[in-house]
Write a protein that binds this ligand. Structure first.
Ligand code: IPM
Ligand code: MG
Length: 359
């Protein structure tokens, strides 16, 4: 019998519970196929935790995550909490959980499925062969620097500081090199070194470390140029490594290359194998409760968990192959359907994928 793996499951808000339910079916099916054992424990997080516990990140949820081998997260947020004060916003919980669990590295693959080339707003010939990963620094930079307001003679002033120390830069850059090494061995380091001091430290660090990875080809790309090149030559990128805010923006842009954000999985990692896995998409309050959300991003997040945390590569292959087969057979949820009248719902998509899973 395989060792029992503990997974903290945090469904969250909006479509979160709907897509997570399908991912749980996939976990169950892998238990049957491979004899793996998963112990799932559910926790409250985000808007629902604000409503029920008065805080977006209750201590018991954090404890649950710390005890687990991995976390599966749905999505958090919604208009209901948008006007709350900072402490009572779901996003604050998200930043808090990243920091508290030391998840400094956010990995977001953007792969264009051949059968979905037409779902993107970009021309299929530009997208051909696109298969990239954005590695975003997740616990530093302007997101976590000192923030405050002060009164000046010209009225109120707001300050957000961007701080990076060399240790923070080095660990994420190394991860970029390591991941590139397992792929096409190309690393694009994205910064704004023509303007920002933090970016100059970033670039120096990359150049210092690069000789340790002679097999990896490094390209420095300024962030504005990168935004442009992602649309012009997306298939030329392999691994993109960048700081928190740039990574936030570029990973949304990269997501749109694939046509639907409903397809993209992500991992947030620290040192070691522990990871938090979630779809890149948000809680989509506009379609919540209707049973039409695309569960594929969450299901693929399970595959990523298998690869990066548990080392269950064969099971990850099984999930990814099932998703591909279901898509190849023409099944689509509304977000990726060309003919919306033929689209299927969340549960139907989940079941098709589970039934397609075979060793
Ligand atoms: C993301 C989101 C978050 C971020 C928000 C919701 C705080 O945009 O995970 O990319 O900016 O990191
Ligand atoms: Mg974002």
């Amino acid at each position: 019998m395989a060792e029992v793996k503990k997974i903290a499951v945090i469904a969250g808000d909006g479509i979160g519970p709907e897509v997570v339910a399908e991912a749980e079916k996939v976990l169950k099916k892998t238990e049957e196929l491979f004899g793996y054992q998963f112990e799932l424990e559910h926790g409250l997080f985000g808007g629902i935790a604000i409503d029920e516990k008065g805080t977006p990140l209750p201590q018991e949820t954090l404890d649950l995550c710390k005890k687990a081998d991995a976390v599966l997260l749905g999505a958090v947020g919604g208009p209901k909490w948008d006007n709350n004060s900072k402490e009572l916003r779901p996003e604050t919980g998200l930043l808090g959980i990243r920091k508290a669990l030391g998840l400094f590295s956010n990995i977001r693959p953007a792969v264009v499925f051949d059968c979905l080339k037409d779902a993107s707003t970009l021309k299929p010939e530009v997208l051909e062969g696109t298969d990239l990963i954005v590695i975003r620094e997740l616990t530093g930079g302007i997101y976590f620097g000192e923030k405050f307001r002060r009164d000046t003679e010209n009225g109120q002033e707001a300050v957000d500081t961007c701080v990076y120390n060399v240790t923070e830069v080095e660990r994420i850059v190394r991860q970029g090199f390591e991941v590139a090494r397992t792929r096409r061995k190309k690393l694009a380091s994205v910064d704004k070194a023509n303007v920002l001091e933090t970016s100059r430290l970033w670039r120096e660090t990359v150049n210092r470390i690069a000789p340790e990875y002679p097999d990896v080809e490094v390209e420095h790309v300024l962030v504005d140029n990168c935004a442009m090149q992602l649309l012009r030559r997306p298939s030329s990128f392999d691994v993109i490594v960048t700081e928190n805010m740039f990574g936030d923006i570029l990973s949304d842009e990269a997501a749109m290359l694939t046509g639907s954000i409903g397809m993209l999985q992500s991992a947030s990692m620290g040192e070691g194998s522990f990871g938090l896995y979630e779809p890149v998409h948000g809680s989509a309050p506009d379609i919540a409760g209707q049973g039409i959300a695309n569960p594929i991003a969450t299901i693929l997040s399970v595959a990523l968990m298998f690869r990066l945390t548990f080392g269950y590569a064969e099971a990850a292959d099984v999930i990814e192959r099932a998703v591909k087969n279901v898509l190849d057979a023409g099944h689509r949820t509304g977000d990726i359907a060309v003919d919306k009248s033929k689209s299927i719902g969340t549960v139907a998509m989940g079941e098709l994928i589970v039934n397609a899973m075979a060793r």
